[in-house]
Design a protein around this ligand. Structure first.
Ligand code: F6P
Length: 340
C-alpha cells in the first residue's frame, strides 16, 4: 500500500512523533509513506515529499511539524476539491492519514464522503476534539502555561499586584481549567461559563486581602460582552481569530479600575504551541499514529483513532467532529472549589 500523511490546523507538540509513528508502522508492514506539505493545501496544490525512515529518525522530541501546517479547507470550492481527488489519484495513494483538529478532520470526513480512503488522528492543544479522552499537544502546551503562571506568581507577590494570564482556547477552556487548577489561580475564566464581573472582582479582592496578590487565568475565548468582533480576522473555516481581542489586557484594565489594585496581564499566545512534546504527548501521538495505520490496514476508512480509557480505538468521523468537547460541570465544580 502507499500511505500518505498530512498535518493541518494549529500546530502543537506531538505532531512529529505522530508522523514518525505513521511512517514506522506502515514500514513495519512493508508500506511506504508520502508526506503532503502544509495540511490540505499540500494535497490541493500537489506539494509533497517522500518520507523514508531516515526522515523521521530524529523528530521524536521536536515541536512543530516537519510537514508544515495550514488552515486550508480544500472542500470550500468545487474546483479545489477536484484537485484533491486528482492529486491523491496521481500519487496512487491507498490510504491518507489526516492529523488535525476539528477542521482538518471535518475535511477528512468530506473526503471520505466523496470516496477517498482516509483515516484520522486527533490533535490539538485545546483538547476539544470529541470522542477521545485526550488530544496530544494539550499536556505539553498547558505545562508551558502553568510554568508561566508560576513565574507570574513570583512577580505578583513581590509587587502586591493582580496579574491576569491569558491562555489559548477558542471554544473550550481546557487549557485555562488545567492551568488554573495546576497553577493555583484565584479565579479562572472559561468560555463555558457566563462572564460574571462581580464574582471575579470578589475573588481578586479576597486573594489580595488574604496574601497581598491575586492570579487570574482567562481563556482567550471568553465573552466580555463589549469589544466583540473580528479584529483578528477569520480563518479558512470561518472561525474568528481571537488573539487580537486581548481579553487578558481588558480584564486587567477592568480589575484595576474597579478595585484600585494595580493589575497587569500577560498573553503567552503561541509560546504555548512550541517546544518539545512531553512524555504523555509523545506516547499518545505514537499510539494514535500507529493506530491510524492499523485502521487503514484493516480497511476501516472513515474512522479516527482515539484514546478511550487505556486503549486506542477507531470511531467514525461523525463521532469526532462537528461539536467541540467542552469543559463539563464536574470539572467546573472542582475548579471553583479553589477560587479565592
Ligand atoms: O489550534 C487551536 C489554537 O491554538 C487556538 O487556541 C487559537 O485560538 C488558535 O489556535 C490560534 O491560531 P493561529 O495559529 O491561526 O493564530
Amino acid at each position: 500500500m502507499r500511505f500518505a500523511v498530512l498535518t493541518g490546523g494549529g500546530d502543537c507538540p506531538g505532531l512529529n512523533p505522530a508522523i514518525r509513528a505513521v511512517v514506522r508502522r506502515a514500514a513495519k508492514f512493508g508500506h511506504e509513506t508520502l508526506g503532503f506539505l502544509d495540511g490540505w493545501k499540500g494535497v490541493r496544490d500537489d506539494l509533497s515529499r517522500p518520507l523514508a525512515l531516515v526522515d523521521v529518525e530524529e523528530i521524536l522530541n521536536k515541536g512543530g511539524t516537519i510537514l508544515g501546517s495550514s488552515r486550508t479547507n480544500p472542500f470550500s470550492k468545487e474546483p479545489e476539491a477536484a484537485k484533491v481527488m486528482e492529486h491523491l489519484r496521481a500519487h496512487g495513494i491507498d490510504a491518507l492519514v489526516a492529523i488535525g483538529g476539528d477542521d482538518t478532520l471535518s475535511a477528512a470526513r468530506e473526503l471520505h464522503r466523496r470516496g477517498g480512503k482516509v483515516v484520522g488522528v486527533p490533535k490539538t492543544m485545546d483538547n476539544d476534539v470529541s470522542g477521545t479522552d485526550w488530544t496530544f499537544g494539550f499536556h505539553s502546551a498547558t505545562a508551558v502555561a502553568v510554568d508561566a503562571l508560576e513565574r507570574l506568581r513570583d512577580t505578583a507577590e513581590s509587587h502586591h499586584r493582580a496579574i491576569v494570564l491569558e491562555v489559548m482556547g477558542r471554544h473550550a477552556g481546557w487549557v485555562a481549567l488545567a492551568t488554573g487548577l495546576a497553577g493555583g489561580a484565584d479565579a479562572t475564566l472559561l468560555p463555558e461559563e457566563r462572564y460574571d464581573e462581580d464574582s471575579l472582582l470578589q475573588h481578586v479582592r479576597s486573594a489580595v486581602a488574604a496574601r497581598g496578590y491575586a492570579l487570574v487565568v482567562a481563556s482567550e475565548g471568553i465573552d466580555l460582552g463589549a469589544r466583540k468582533g473580528t479584529a483578528g480576522g477569520k480563518d479558512d473555516f470561518g472561525h474568528e481569530l481571537l488573539r487580537e481581542r486581548e481579553v487578558g489586557a481588558e480584564l486587567a484594565r477592568r480589575i484595576q479600575a474597579a478595585t484600585g489594585i494595580e493589575t497587569r496581564s500577560a498573553q503567552i499566545g503561541h509560546i504555548q504551541r512550541g517546544g518539545p512534546p512531553e512524555l504523555f504527548d509523545r506516547i499518545l501521538a505514537t499510539r494514535l499514529g500507529a493506530g491510524a495505520v492499523d485502521l487503514a490496514l484493516k480497511g476501516r476508512f472513515g474512522e479516527v483513532a482515539v484514546l478511550r480509557g487505556p486503549v486506542i480505538e477507531g470511531i467514525p468521523f461523525d463521532a469526532a467532529v462537528g461539536a467541540p468537547k467542552t469543559v463539563t460541570p464536574d470539572w467546573l465544580d472542582l475548579m471553583h472549589t479553589f477560587d479565592a
